[in-house]
Write a protein that binds this ligand. Structure first.
Ligand SMILES: *Cc1c(COP(=O)(O)O)cnc(C)c1O
Length: 427
């Protein structure tokens, strides 16, 4: 599959049915798997053979879909998780434990920020948050002796900043640690972070990959390029014996290509169990089959909507990297020449009250906390997710009271624009 274009990988990746086998991927709805002898099964428990024994760790349907995403990202190994939150937690916790430190962009998803700044802090992992627009000097100064990874989002949700992936990869590698990129908003259709030096990619597949608001899910892909053994002392979890598997050393036994995902599966999935269901993986695969077609339309609609809003007298500002006036436009052209994503944010003259009034008048765009759905949806954070904050607190949090976030779906752009134009008349 690796010589094919990404569109072909979306449709056909991960699964090659044999003679007389089902054309669509089979849903293996089974918790367990049968073996002839205890010896056969014992080899699986010792990681001496690969195979299935219990769906908490691995399931054939989920692995088929993970293999497709792996091909799309150009990676070496991948695994599905039950959510994007689980994917980011596993990706970081697989290499950063109690007493370790991670450098992270400030422009990340709110759920990820809580996970890192509150919950993982309680587990003893410390994060230094740094602006994605920092200089190389500022970035390098954020590293410590115990830093184990760097983390950022290709296009941040909801800030819509574009990360300079090469700048972050260079700093990470200069300090002997991998760069982890959450590529949820761009998807591998618009950006493949491994091509710019990232080492590990994560996804909330709940967003564009699923694309129909049907199933929560996540994915981790490893490029297979980070040389763990070259930084042996930094990564004891991968480079010293694992007592829970009779002293296996992951980086020795599975090499650069297999160590990270094997450890995340054999240890973290075994112990935390954030397992996706095979049904959800099947739904995700249906979404992936049309991802390349849908992303093009999401981006075209967002571009048309952003251009309409930018020219409207009742709109005070528009944030969309596809607009030449946007501060991230040049970075977006470099990393995402085909387009960025379908999410646009903007401010309405009249602030909080006007934004609330405007939202009430929308007929196509539904009010939801979701994004990246086939159906257009929108959110006014000041009256929903951030409603406990006053105007000053909202500005400090980067979500001013007048901000509306619109996730452009797959409807006709003219209908979306007419819906917005009508709602704007009311304010
Ligand atoms: C939604 C989202 C997540 C969390 O994913 P869930 O599937 O909701 O757990 C992580 N990162 C980004 C960028 C997201 O948009």
């Amino acid at each position: 599959m690796n010589n094919y274009k990404i569109e072909t990988k979306c449709v056909q990746g991960g699964y090659r049915p044999g003679n007389g086998e089902p054309r669509q991927i089979p849903i293996v709805q089974s918790t367990t798997f049968r073996y002839d002898t205890s010896e056969d099964m014992g080899k699986l428990f010792d990681l001496e053979a690969s195979g299935y024994f219990y769906s908490r760790l691995q399931n054939p349907t989920c692995d088929t879909v993970a293999a497709k995403i792996c091909e799309m990202e150009g990676g070496a190994a991948a695994m599905l998780t039950s959510s994007g939150q689980a994917a980011n937690f596993y990706a970081v916790f697989n290499i950063a434990n109690c007493g370790d430190h991670v450098v992270c962009s400030t422009a990340i998803y709110g759920g990820t920020y809580n996970l890192f700044a509150v919950t993982m802090k309680k587990m003893g992992v410390e994060f230094t948050f740094i602006s994605p627009d920092c200089t190389e000097e500022e970035l390098n100064a954020a590293f410590r002796e115990n830093t184990k990874a760097v983390f950022g989002e290709t296009i941040a949700n909801p800030a819509l900043t574009v990360l300079d992936i090469e700048k972050f990869a260079k700093a990470a590698h200069a300090h002997g640690v991998p760069l982890i990129i959450d590529n949820t908003f761009a998807t591998p259709i618009n950006c493949r972070p491994f091509e710019w030096g990232a080492d590990i990619v994560t996804h909330s597949t709940t967003k564009y990959m699923d694309g129909h608001g049907a199933a929560v899910g996540g994915c981790i892909v490893d490029s297979g390029r980070f040389d763990w053994m070259a930084e042996k002392e930094k990564f004891p979890g991968l480079c010293t014996p694992d007592d829970s598997y009779h002293g296996i050393v992951y980086a020795e036994k599975f090499g650069k290509e297999g160590a990270f995902i094997t450890k995340a599966t054999a240890q973290l999935m075994r112990d935390f169990g954030s397992t996706p269901s095979p049904q959800s993986a099947f739904l995700l695969n249906l979404g992936l089959e049309s991802l390349h077609v849908r992303m093009e339309r999401h981006c075209a609609n967002a571009q048309a909507v952003a251009e309409f809003l930018e020219g409207h007298e009742k709109i005070t500002w528009v944030n969309y990297a596809g607009l030449p006036s946007n501060r991230y436009h040049e970075l977006a052209k470099k990393y995402m020449p085909k387009g960025t994503c379908g999410v646009v944010s903007f401010g309405i003259r009249g602030g909080r009250a006007a934004a609330e009034k405007f939202m009430k008048q929308l007929q196509i765009a539904a009010i939801e906390t979701h994004v990246a759905d086939a159906r257009t949806c929108c959110l006014h954070p000041a009256s929903a997710t951030h409603r406990q904050m006053n105007d000053e607190e909202l500005i400090a949090a980067g979500v001013p009271g007048d901000l509306v976030r619109l996730s452009c779906g797959l409807e006709h752009a003219e209908d979306l624009i007419a819906d917005l134009a009508h709602a704007l008349e009311s304010v």
